[in-house]
Design a protein around this ligand. Structure first.
Ligand SMILES: NC(=O)c1ccc[n+]([C@@H]2O[C@H](COP(=O)([O-])OP(=O)(O)OC[C@H]3O[C@@H](n4cnc5c(N)ncnc54)[C@H](O)[C@@H]3O)[C@@H](O)[C@H]2O)c1
Length: 263
């Protein structure tokens, strides 16, 4: 089933120094893609790229338009194209809305929505016919279950992930209507144990919403019908949407959450 392989494709994954992005980059590379890792964390990003063999690390702050232009140009220069972009970089702030500072709200929106917008914008420019890559492609935006339903103390994060979800659909419509050969989809992870996943638990404790981290962990785990998920589970979903196996899929949302959103 060659449609489940990525040989000959070039992928750029933002926020891939660690966590879900690193797992995604490794999975895309294992499937045959040449991978470019973009992140703010230069040392960790270089180490992740080195662990993948023939992979490239670029410093990429997703909120900076010039960084996107340079990252995509570097991918095309090094590997000859851009077929897959995973807008994975994200931040999470935990606060009751009544206490959420404007600074925290804007920070969350800036990385998760503006950063995704800039990634989508420059991927479309590069991938569309006549662009510097020019052979179409697949854009996958990492939203969240928090982009599908409300959550206690995650209002800013929910707003940002809901924004990324609808941005995805608008981009899918544009790329489809304009016959660019570019598919755009979103992935909605449930709670997975990364630095961000662990931070949510300790933040709930700091806000006095749970008596201890173990209780918070048990509650989140119980909310997922299939128990605890792994970064690999999210990476597998991204891989599918990135691959030609999903070539008739655009504008959709793939919920990879062990049944959290439906329960
Ligand atoms: N872990 C979860 O439970 C979970 C659940 C749902 C959605 N998500 C989403 O998955 C994505 C990855 O999350 P994670 O759990 O791996 O988090 P993480 O904090 O472990 O990793 C996030 C990565 O993004 C990078 N990053 C942050 N701001 C950036 C910026 N401005 N420019 C470039 N890189 C930046 C960080 O340096 C880090 O390497 C995020 O979009 C997150 O919102 C995570």
């Amino acid at each position: 089933m060659n449609e489940f392989r990525l040989d000959g494709k070039v992928a750029l994954v933002s926020g891939a120094a660690r966590g879900l992005g690193a797992a995604t980059a490794a999975t895309l590379a294992a499937g045959g893609a040449k991978v470019v890792i973009g992140d703010l964390l230069d040392d960790a990003g270089k180490a992740t790229a080195a662990s993948l063999g023939d992979a490239l690390y670029v410093h990429l702050d997703v909120t900076k338009e010039a960084d996107w232009e340079a990252a995509i140009a570097a991918a095309v220069k090094r590997f000859g194209g851009l077929d897959i972009e995973v807008n994975n970089a994200g931040v999470e702030t935990t606060s009751l809305l009544e206490n959420c500072t404007l600074e925290d709200f804007n920070f969350t929106m800036n990385v998760n929505v503006t950063g995704t917008f800039l990634g989508v914008k420059h991927a479309i420019r590069a991938m569309k016919p006549g662009g510097i890559a020019g052979r179409g492609g697949s854009i996958v935006n990492i939203s969240s279950v928090a982009g599908l339903k409300g959550s206690l103390a995650l209002g800013a994060y929910c707003a940002s992930k809901g924004g990324a979800r609808l941005l995805t659909k608008a981009a899918a419509v544009e790329c489809g209507r304009l016959n660019y050969g570019i598919r755009v989809n979103s992935v909605h992870p449930g709670m997975v144990n990364t630095e961000m996943g662990a931070k949510v638990l300790t933040d709930f404790l700091k806000l006095g919403l749970v008596p201890d981290v173990a209780t918070a962990e048990a509650a989140f785990e119980a909310a997922h019908l299939l128990g605890r998920g792994r970064p690999q589970d999210i990476a597998n979903g991204v891989f599918y949407l990135a691959s030609d196996a999903a070539k008739w899929i655009t504008g959709t949302e793939l919920v990879v959450d062990g049944g959290f959103a439906v329960a």
